[in-house]
Design a protein around this ligand. Sequence first.
Ligand SMILES: [Zn+2]
Length: 307
Amino acid sequence: MTLENIKEFLQNNPGYLKWGDVRIALKLDTDIDLVKQAKLEVKNVAQDEVNSGPNILILDIETAPLMSYTFGIWQQNISLDQIESDFFIITWSAKWLGSDKVFNGLITPKEILNEDDSSIMKQLWLVLEKADIVIGHNFKRFDKKKINSRFIENGLGPVSPYKVIDTLEVVKRNFGFTSNKLEALARKFGFESKHDTGFNLWKACMKGDREALIKMSLYCDHDVEITENVFFKLLPWIKDLNLGLYNIDDEIKCPACGSNQLKEAGFHYTSISKYQSYRCEECGHISRDRHSILTRDENKKIIVSVK
Ligand SMILES: [Zn+2]
């Protein structure tokens, strides 16, 4: 198949755009590099269609395990010299919020044997460069740092700054669930929980097993979909987002979901001031004005304790 044939196929069957390169190549019985090129070209068109609000990306990665020599299994202290190969990224999956397409980058069997994630990291760099906000579970402590490590090691610079909404952080701050793992949350909220991946799947991937890589990519795609569901469930509890900032006009908007359906909901008091509060009728989020409703004269009548 030529590049043009593959592009035509993808344009006519956009559902396949969410498939990984390897999966499409297997389906069409064609060359992976051609598929990569065709997908990038078709997707660039698709990504330009992203709406005028903030570009919000849901992202997840799967990393290769470290491989090291050990002399036992109990309380091992592994020195750097014992490490045979360091981690790298096997696959990433992402989705623009509000779009129904999950897209991904998956390392090829040849690349995984060479521990070479340069190609999928370049793709991810281009995607992240377009994001204003990134949503992920444990993204701040894990994914973002792993991604940046692979960027610098592959000779890529930092992407333009993006804000992170870490669903794990939101859960930890607000709730006392028995487990904060994505899978446990999904089950708790009644979403389809993620596929069960035993360590054997990682082992098969590391040997360059094509089917295992596809399975890993599907698993990562699915995690992105679960993260999106969990994000929507958590939305009214998220306090460090302000969607109103990305679309300023005459109306006030819910910081969490951007809706203008706000109802006055009592007052918010600090130790020195009083503000109008609102409840969002769309998502239930509670917000308040930034300016006090006290008049200048009323303000003068407020005194505070000496500390
Ligand atoms: Zn809202």
